[in-house]
Design a protein around this ligand. Structure first.
Ligand code: THG
Length: 262
């Protein structure tokens, strides 16, 4: 599983405070802790409150760059904020995200070539997020085709079927799993699949349990990558064990320890 740490997001109170006070240590500690816990990349999102998102994105990317050259997923819907972040990445950059409308694809996909970035594509278009798997897959095809026309390597294309809180839209959680299965047979080799896992448990009482259970089901459907909290041990151990049971990790007595060292 390719893991993108979700914690550097202004949606979280500690990060919102750190942005306000320009407190680098909080951000740098979150970067280091997530990477130590197994993250392969870090999501960077200024949050909903920032009134100067471009400057905040630049500050966050530079602040992380002082302690790490890990891959960064620049998480914004604004093209100027996206480019400001991509420009400053020390390591690999990931565009998070592009949506399947012509307007958004025209705005964001040229940046992938310019900055040699990987791309996360959401199965959303001008009409919103479809409730069923077939319509989500149709948007995935539009995005995959547009990415390939731009010459983006299939290994750098992540399709996100967009999981929503089960508390609000219970029917979506099954449709998302079906979409993941369908995306894995769209091309050979297929694009990667990804989810922003924690969305599923918003407003749920035992978030770790909901996240872990859904992770196990998504691994079975063919999930390749996830944006999640790598400091949640239950979640990480569930993911490793689900991969073991599906033959995606080699069995040994201490497979969790072995995974963490690999
Ligand atoms: N797909 C892609 N990118 C994404 C998402 C996605 N980026 C953002 C988000 N979804 C994934 N990241 C988060 C981060 C935080 C939460 C959920 C998803 C979250 N935050 C707490 C809440 O809302 O309850 C904040 C409160 C707190 O704990 O302080 O749940 O789907 N490509």
């Amino acid at each position: 599983m390719f893991i993108i740490g979700e914690r550097i997001n202004g949606m979280f109170g500690d990060v919102a405070q750190a942005i306000k006070k320009k407190d680098k240590k909080v951000i740098q500690d979150l970067a280091k802790k997530q990477l130590e816990s197994g993250a392969n990349a870090l999501d960077v999102n200024v949050g909903p409150a920032a009134d100067n998102p471009l400057e905040v994105m630049e500050w966050l990317v530079n602040t992380i760059g002082e302690v790490s050259d890990a891959a960064l997923a620049i998480d914004t819907t604004k093209a100027d904020v996206m480019e400001a972040g991509l420009k400053l990445c020390k390591g690999k950059s990931i565009i998070n995200s592009v949506q399947g409308s012509q307007e958004k694809m025209d705005l964001f996909l040229p940046l992938a070539g310019k900055y040699k970035s990987a791309v996360i594509c959401l199965t959303i278009n001008e009409k919103g997020i479809p409730g069923d798997a077939a319509s989500r897959t149709e948007i995935a095809v539009t995005l995959l085709t547009a990415c390939q026309e731009k010459g983006i390597d299939v290994n750098d294309i992540f399709i996100d079927a967009v999981i929503l809180p089960v508390s609000a839209t219970q029917e979506h959680s099954k449709a998302v799993l079906e979409t993941i299965t369908q995306i894995k047979i769209l091309s050979d080799p297929p694009p990667k699949t990804i989810l922003g896992l924690s969305n599923v448990s918003q407003k749920a009482s035992d978030r770790s349990l909901v996240n872990s259970t859904y992770m196990s089901m998504a691994v079975s459907a063919g999930l390749d990558a996830a944006i999640l909290d790598p400091m949640d041990n239950t979640l990480m151990n569930t993911m490793i064990t689900a991969e073991l049971l599906l033959g995606k990790q080699i069995y040994c007595e201490n497979y969790i320890e072995a995974y963490k060292k690999s």
